[in-house]
Ligand binder design. Structure first.
Ligand code: TRP
Length: 334
């Protein structure tokens, strides 16, 4: 008999444009996992409602995120690619998990505290129970592997708490989920202004988006910081320069990297040339993804079919789990 594949689950919030950090931190791993595991990848549209009061753009965001996932190589025939709101079983499991969720624990969560700071006028209960909904997404498929970045570690720990409380209070239904990243350090995709990582919302000039056109890519890279004055011999490489090398490594072969490294050591490096190399590497990398995503985004019939097919797979898995959960809780009277 064929060994049962481990179950993978992850989600992306449709609140902004996907960028290079999303690609190397998440999407690329999804694509690498789709053949070896049973995968559920979700657009977290309900989670988006915890911060979005204006939902007019939601439809465009959801379609774009789906299209970009497929353009990056995710195959909707191999994985379940779906929208959270199309799987109402999520809400039911979320309700059960709320009885295992302690207010104090949720209030301590760093992501909650951040949001309170960012939107003090809208500290809604959905924001507080954000990790409960995320746990429901994962436990709904009894997934054990969750390809996410470091910032999600706390949410996974909370999900494991609910697993243990549920299994102890009722009976053993759920396995513990863990973050997964192919045993490598998570790749850091630095921003172009030398400060932190590329991000959905911060400085748009310092982030390369999968939807950026060629001219924007070239312009952003030409404006990247390199000027850090004269260096003492043997001084460590400034972070802005190290960042350019990190980015170059993502899109250009090793021999190109070696050449600029050697130039740097010799003190003959021309940052203008390096940026040109980086810009052309990024254009060559992003253009096919952007064009493919655009094409998919405009094919409404195809996108609808992808969503329906994804929702059907996710709901089939959810129904089995929910029945097990209800039986365990004792919500079965005949
Ligand atoms: N909270 C995640 C983020 O902000 C998105 C998410 C929602 C998610 N549900 C999930 C991630 C389930 C992994 C598993 O990135």
């Amino acid at each position: 008999m064929e060994k049962k594949k481990d179950i993978v689950m992850s989600g992306i919030r449709p609140t902004g444009f996907l960028h290079l950090g999303n690609y190397f931190g998440a999407l690329r791993n999804y694509v690498r996992m789709q053949d070896a595991y049973t995968c559920y990848f979700m657009v977290a549209d309900l989670h988006a409602l915890t911060t979005l009061r204006e939902t007019r753009e939601l439809k465009q965001h959801v379609r774009r995120v789906l299209a970009e996932n497929i353009a990056c190589g995710l195959d909707p025939d191999k994985v379940a690619l779906y929208c959270q709101s199309h799987v109402p079983e999520t809400a039911e499991l979320y309700l059960f998990l709320n009885m295992l969720a302690y207010k104090g624990e949720l209030e301590k969560t760093p992501t909650f505290k951040d949001k309170v700071r960012l939107q003090p006028e809208n500290v809604n209960a959905g924001l507080l129970t954000y990790p409960v909904l995320q746990a429901a997404d994962i436990l709904l498929h009894r997934a054990t592997l969750v390809p996410v970045g470091k910032d999600q570690e706390q949410h996974l720990e909370i999900a494991r708490n609910y697993v243990n409380r549920f299994n102890q209070r009722y009976s053993e239904v759920f396995p513990e989920p863990y973050a997964f990243n192919f045993g490598e350090d998570l790749i850091k995709v630095p921003s172009l202004d030398g400060a932190g990582k590329m991000s959905k919302s911060e400085n748009q000039m310092a982030t390369l988006y999968l939807a950026d056109d060629d001219e924007s890519i070239r312009k952003k890279i030409s404006k990247a910081k390199t000027d850090s004055g004269a260096l003492a011999p043997g001084a460590p490489m400034p972070e802005t320069i190290a960042n350019l090398f990190l980015l170059l490594k993502l899109v250009r072969p090793q021999d190109v990297l070696d050449k600029f490294q050697a130039d740097y050591q010799a003190g003959t490096i021309r940052y203008g040339d390096m940026k040109k190399e980086l810009a052309e590497g990024m254009v060559a990398f992003i253009t096919p993804i952007r064009e493919k995503a655009e094409h998919i985004r405009n094919d409404e019939a195809y996108l609808r079919q992808v969503m329906e097919q994804g929702a059907a797979k996710a709901r089939a898995s959810a129904a089995v789990t929910l029945q097990l959960a209800k039986d365990a809780i004792g919500l079965n009277y005949f």
